[in-house]
Write a protein that binds this ligand. Structure first.
Ligand code: SAM
Length: 240
């Protein structure tokens, strides 16, 4: 697909969500797409490789976080299970003021995240760790204004990964598919136990008929009890 066509898909897709992209953003997304496709030949970054699909299902979807909740200027944001960088890197392309931290348990993905943020000139911290271990680390626990995650775990488990990392008053943006409301119901108890409360659910349609999505927003009202997160693997094996 000619670059101009791809850029117009991306900018009209973002505009459908009420987000205006400038030419500098489009150039950064284009460079990011090239790096993903190149590295995807060597390591398994994504099954989505079509031009329109990358634009819509990865890039537009990621920036929908900006509509789900107000992210304060210079917020410290951790993207948990970032993989190829979603939603963290698209958010940083639009919001270079963010103090971005990209966390993933897979070493090769963290290598890619290090490479691509340097290539794009994004000042991000990368952390190779499981979220359960990160949540008990003194330098990371309760240090973030916002935690994002997409396609990492069901909401109750995700709450145990993300809420310990947020400061009181911080928020978790949990990117989900169309069945988010059922997940919210099932996760209510875990969210409360971890010091959180579901504040809102932002529902949206991806452009070009790519599907319905939702972002439950969890606000942290109280400190997370010290026992959480439990040891690596336990949240998924024994959900709260
Ligand atoms: N967020 C990206 C996206 O939406 O394309 C990647 C999603 S991928 C399906 C899930 C990612 O979460 C993988 O990169 C995996 O290594 C990471 N992951 C899963 N469990 C994790 C955990 N407990 N701690 C840190 N990373 C985890």
């Amino acid at each position: 697909m000619p670059e101009g066509d791809w850029r117009s898909i991306l900018s009209s897709g973002a505009a459908a969500l009420g987000i205006a992209l400038e030419s500098g953003h489009l150039a950064a997304f284009e460079a990011y797409r090239r790096e993903i496709l190149e590295w995807n030949q060597r390591i398994n970054l994504t099954a989505i490789t079509g031009d329109e699909e990358i634009a819509v299902k990865h890039f537009v979807d990621s920036i929908a976080c900006l509509k789900a909740a107000e992210i304060p200027p210079r917020a410290r944001l951790v993207d948990v299970g970032s993989g190829a960088g979603f939603p963290g890197i698209p958010l940083a392309i639009l919001r270079p003021d963010l103090d971005l931290w990209l966390l993933d348990a897979t070493r090769k993905k963290v290598e890619f995240l290090r490479h691509v943020t340097a290539a794009l000139g994004i000042a991000a911290h990368t952390v190779w760790a499981r979220a359960e271990d990160a949540g008990q680390r003194k330098d990371l626990r309760e240090r973030f204004d916002v935690a994002t995650a997409r396609a990492v775990a069901p909401l109750g488990i995700l709450a145990e990964y993300c809420l310990p990392l947020c400061r009181v008053g911080g928020r978790v943006l949990a990117m989900k598919g169309r069945y988010a409301s059922a997940e919210v119901g099932a996760a209510m108890r875990a969210v409360r136990l971890l010091g959180g409360r579901v504040e809102s659910v932002y529902e949206y349609e991806l452009p070009f008929g790519a599907g319905t999505r939702a972002i439950p927003v969890i606000v942290k009202d109280k400190p997370t009890p010290r026992a959480y997160p439990r040891n690596a693997g336990t949240p998924a094996k024994k959900p709260l």
